[in-house]
Design a protein around this ligand. Sequence first.
Ligand SMILES: [Zn+2]
Length: 187
Amino acid sequence: MSRLNEILEFNQKFVEDETYLSYETDKYPNKRMVIVTCMDTRLIELLPKAMNIKNGDAKIIKIAGALITEPYGSVMRSLLVAISLLNAEEVYIVGHHHCGMIGLHTEQIVEALALKGVSRENVDQLEKTEYVDLQNWLTGANSVEEAVKKSISMIQSHPLFPRSIPIHGLAIDPHTGKLDLLVDGQK
Ligand SMILES: [Zn+2]
C-alpha cells in the first residue's frame, strides 16, 4: 500500500471513530501566542509537549531553521495575520540545536538537487537574474543563536509589525526538549 493510501485509509477510521472530538477548538490561539520554529521531524510532537502547547493553544509556523528570510514573504504575512486578526500577543522564535540549516551552504543544496535531476543551467540562470540572491537565500546560519536573532531582527525592523508585541528567542534541544532562553522579548 502506498503512503497516500495508508493515510487515506487511516483517516477514514479516524473520522468514523470521532477521534477528532478530543482536539476540538477554534481558530484563535488560547495562549495568545504565535511560534515560528523549524520543520525538523524531531520537533513534531516534542516541541509542543516541551512547551506545554495543546491543540488550540498557539499558531505554529514551521520553516527550515526557523529562519525568516523575506520581509514580504509568506512567513511574515502569517505573523501579521496572527497578531492582527487572530489575537496573538506574543511571538516565540524557537530554533533548535543540531539543526540542518546551521552551517548549510548553497552548494550543498544545489549538488543534492542536481542528483534529483535539476540542471546546473537552471541554477546558473537564476544566479544571473535579479529575482533572487541565490547564495544568500539558500544559505543557513552559522549558529542557532544567529538564526533566531536574524528572524527576530527581521520582525522587529518590519514597518507593519507593532512595537508593542514581544518577540522571544529560544533554542530547543531536539533530544531532551530543554529550552534555552536566547532573547527575552519582555525586556
Ligand atoms: Zn532545524
